[in-house]
Design a protein around this ligand. Structure first.
Ligand code: BT5
Length: 279
């Protein structure tokens, strides 16, 4: 199966009402998030998608480099939600949930969500999500939600040695290639479903579904927040999306996404209160 996308198959497979109502495709672009922001600022309607086969300047939070070779799924969708600026990070959970459910349903993979913006398989990052908002006078004009999903390439061959233990791809997990167009269309459908649920019922049902995949809860973690290291146990994700840590002295601390990295110990620490959820 080639890395190149079949545009006819991509377009004909779209069955959504909103997500992907207009799709801009490029073989090679700097960053689909930058492209989608440009489109959104030129009045592209909600649901517009920018997708590329490769990105030369794919980026994560705080401009961290996002490796985007051919064979991956790199796309960004324009949203115009009626939410407050402080709620924008909730959309990362909407997308994370959609990715996790799609990968489980399509390929039977055991997928984890990791706070705040990752989807993992076997403890390794297979997908990163980047939400970026533009606002005027405190009101959101648009949000661009970028999804980077490592699909049809072998991590061992494409990624630098230092990242081979922290990243994975569908090909590395399944030992075969997947059909990118089918994956993209299934993702759009799931994203539409989760976004509809979010619009109708708010963040609570999204978070509760997202937490069902959140295997890091109950584990020892190190949080690096602006260079400062905080040690604790991942206790919960609060209603506003903040990570709740139980510190060694027993107190609880709330950590908000931003420039925060979360490092998880693979050994579970099960307190009596956590037995049912993680045991
Ligand atoms: C993210 O950032 O995880 C969000 C990544 C979003 C990428 C998509 S692709 C489509 C759209 N267009 C863009 O330009 N961006 C979005 P963050 O949490 O900051 O994680 C970044 C870190 O992940 C890097 O510093 C690396 O350590 C690691 N990394 C880079 N490329 C990776 C990859 N392909 N797979 C797994 N990990 C990666």
């Amino acid at each position: 199966m080639a890395c190149k996308m079949n545009l006819t198959r991509l377009q004909e497979g779209i069955r959504t009402r909103l997500m992907g109502r207009i799709v801009f495709f490029s073989r090679d672009v700097g960053s689909t998030n930058e492209w989608a922001k440009e489109l959104a600022s030129q009045s592209a309607p909600e649901g517009t998608v920018a997708i590329a086969e490769t990105q030369t300047h794919g980026h994560g939070r705080l401009d961290r480099k996002w490796i985007s070779p051919a064979g991956g799924l790199w796309f960004s969708v324009v949203l115009r939600p009626k939410i407050a600026l402080a709620e924008v990070s909730q959309l990362t959970f909407v997308a994370g949930l959609a990715v996790a459910e799609t990968l489980r349903e399509l390929y039977g993979l055991k997928v984890e969500t990791k706070w705040p913006n990752d989807v993992l398989i076997s403890g390794r990052k297979v997908c990163g999500i980047l939400g970026e908002a533009s606002s005027t006078g405190g009101k959101i004009s648009f949000v661009v939600l970028g999804v980077g999903l490592n699909a049809n390439f072998d991590i061992g061959r494409v990624f630098p040695r230092t990242m081979r233990r922290s990243a994975t791809s569908l090909e590395s997990e399944l030992e075969r290639k997947v059909q990118l167009e089918t994956l993209f269309n299934a993702l759009l459908e799931k994203l539409e479903k989760t976004f509809d649920l979010y619009t109708r019922e708010g963040f609570t049902p999204i978070l509760s579904e997202w937490k069902k995949h959140a295997l890091f809860l109950g584990r020892k973690v190190n949080v690096i927040d602006q260079g400062k290291k905080i040690k604790g146990t991942a206790y919960d994700v609060a209603k506003d999306g903040a990570l709740v840590l139980r510190l060694d002295d027993g107190s609880l601390a709330h950590v908000f996404a931003g420039d925060v990295s979360l490092h998880i110990s693979r050994r579970p620490v099960l307190g009596p209160d956590r037995k049912n959820e993680f045991g």
